[in-house]
Design a protein around this ligand. Structure first.
Ligand code: PHE
Length: 456
């Protein structure tokens, strides 16, 4: 495809919002709190922050420059920049990873639709925290309800994808993201003022390093990649739509900052509330779905109208945040099929949506009716999450770091990060150092440690 034919994001804000839209999603609001809860709180967060800074940001800039320079989908990008080599597999594996994440992510995204529905029909009113737990369990193990919402969610994603890049992605991100941010701030205020919330705040701020083991490192690293949409060519594909003027480093810092802020703030909504109402912080994937409705009920117990309005608005925005993320995963696979196999864009999108629905159904059922069928002790949903987040994304990230740090002509790297010498890049040397040494070594060590080979 020639450069002219490829769509572009219309504005600077559009670029940041679309990338932030991809990054901010269930990863921040659903996955970050429950991983933090499973791994003991503050110490996990500190390691997570280190991963964002030392691995996430340099790898995000790399993905940006690979995408913008090649102006191609993530698989073709490596063929353009490293013709005739095996690097194309980094892109191809990325497409596969995106496809798998989309399948299980859409299950949880579908849950947000159910919660929008429950909020709108005022089902939360008057429930106790035990009742919230029970009703979540009943819902998630119901054989058909979550599946219907999953299908509805994937069809919504499909609809935006076929409407095209600028109109669909950019426009929806522009309004919804800032609104979500404001709402999150308000909810933090509500949650930390609940009686008994201080234990939750302590959990988030007081690190207990005695709980840190190899799984905490792997969890934090995987979460950093997942949350920033890194390691599978998603931001690489988006960057292929960036304009020549986009400042890649600045965009990466803005996206990284917003993404991290939203995750931490989500922690400040969930944990104070969870401790206040006596829900275990390690409740796992159900954590936000059983904690949040409590926040709305308790914080606004005197004013039911407010409880109603806030819960409706919150779940709508959560669904939209999930949608801007599923769009970005879908786009990676659709752009690949469209440009590499000459399917029309809408046919490519149909193939992706159809296959994700089928895989998604397996994931969804594995949390209820088929939960006894496991592989390596995990059902399909958990297995997809583990393999993609804890193995494929960090591996993809490591290969991207090695590609940019060692293989790619430094002239190209320099031209891209400085926009042909017009921008300053004071941290260029540190950037290359992190890519060449820190990222590959750190990721390899975490993998080896997790396999138990370091003897800890
Ligand atoms: N970053 C998204 C989130 O936090 C999830 C995602 C992962 C999106 C990988 C694209 C690629 O919800």
């Amino acid at each position: 495809m020639s450069k002219k034919e490829r769509a572009n994001f219309g504005s600077k804000l559009g670029v940041i919002l679309a990338s932030a839209g991809s990054a901010i999603g269930l990863g921040n609001i659903w996955r970050f709190p429950y991983e933090t809860g499973n791994h003991g709180g503050a110490a996990f967060i500190l390691i997570y922050l280190a991963c964002i800074l030392l691995l996430g940001l340099p790898i995000m800039i790399s993905e940006f420059l690979i995408g913008r320079h090649s102006r191609s989908n993530t698989a073709r990008a490596y063929q353009v920049l490293a013709p005739g080599t095996q690097w194309k597999w980094v892109g191809r594996i990325g497409v596969g990873t995106g496809f798998l994440i989309l399948s299980y992510y859409s299950v949880v995204a579908g849950w947000t639709f159910e919660y929008v529905f429950e909020a709108v029909t005022n089902k939360f009113a008057g429930k106790t925290s035990d009742e919230f737990i029970q009703s979540f369990q009943a819902f998630s193990s119901n054989p058909w309800k979550p599946v219907l919402w999953l299908v509805a969610f994937l069809l919504s994603t499909h609809f935006i994808i076929v409407k095209g890049v600028e109109k669909g992605i950019e426009r929806s991100s522009k309004i919804m993201m800032p609104t979500l941010f404001i709402l999150i701030i308000i909810l933090v205020g509500c949650s930390i003022t609940l009686p008994g919330a201080d234990k939750g705040i302590e959990f988030l701020l007081k690190p207990d390093f005695s709980k840190v083991d190899s799984s905490v490192f792997l969890g934090a690293m995987g979460q950093a990649f997942f949350s920033m949409s890194l390691g599978m060519g998603c931001l690489c594909t988006y960057a292929s739509y960036f304009s020549k003027e986009t400042n890649l480093t600045k965009t990466a810092f803005s996206v990284g900052l917003i993404d991290t802020l939203v995750a931490i703030l989500a922690g400040f909504i969930i944990f104070p509330a969870a401790f206040a109402v006596g829900i275990n912080p390690d409740a796992g994937p159900s954590l936000i779905f059983i904690t949040l409705p409590n926040v709305f009920q308790q914080a606004f117990s005197g004013v039911p109208v407010l409880a109603y309005l806030f819960s409706v608005l919150f779940y709508i925005l959560l669904a939209v945040a999930a949608l801007t993320s599923t769009i970005s995963m879908h786009e990676v696979v659709t752009a690949y099929l469209h440009e590499e196999f000459k399917f029309t864009r809408s046919r490519a999108a149909q193939i992706v949506t159809g296959s994700c629905i089928i895989l998604g159904i397996f994931c969804s059922l594995s949390l209820g009716p088929t939960q006894d069928y496991t592989l390596f002790g995990m059902g399909t949903f958990d297995l997809f999450d583990f393999v993609t987040t804890k193995i494929m994304l960090p591996l993809g990230g490591m290969l991207i770091a090695i590609f940019t740090g060692w293989y790619l002509d430094k002239k190209i790297v320099w031209e891209e990060v400085t926009n042909d010498g017009t921008l300053k890049m004071p941290l260029y040397k540190a950037f290359i150092f992190l890519l060449r040494f820190i990222a590959p070594i750190a990721i390899t060590l975490v993998f080896i440690d997790e396999l138990g080979l370091l003897g800890t």
